[in-house]
Design a binder for this molecule. Sequence first.
Ligand code: FE2
Length: 102
Amino acid sequence: MATSAEWHESYADMSELARNFSRAVKSVQEELEAVDWYNQRAQATTDEQLRRILEHNRDEEIEHAMMALEYLRRINPVFDKHMRTYLFTQGDILEIEEKAED
Ligand SMILES: [Fe+2]
């Protein structure tokens, strides 16, 4: 049963795959938002101990974001295709797009 007000479509009308896709996308959003917030706080604090904790937490959130992104890659062929095109490459990213579209 849906308990979240965050669904934009009827929960009953979505497949389990679509529900899990949405859950993972939202998780990536939340993890990356947390990465940004921890990073800002780490940059701003003058307390060295707190800075180290915040940087640790930021880096944990990066790990969480990548786990959710990998989940999306596994369940969605378009994520898989574009990640294979762009990730772990070198050079101009727009040139990679041009070559990929040839
Ligand atoms: Fe997290």
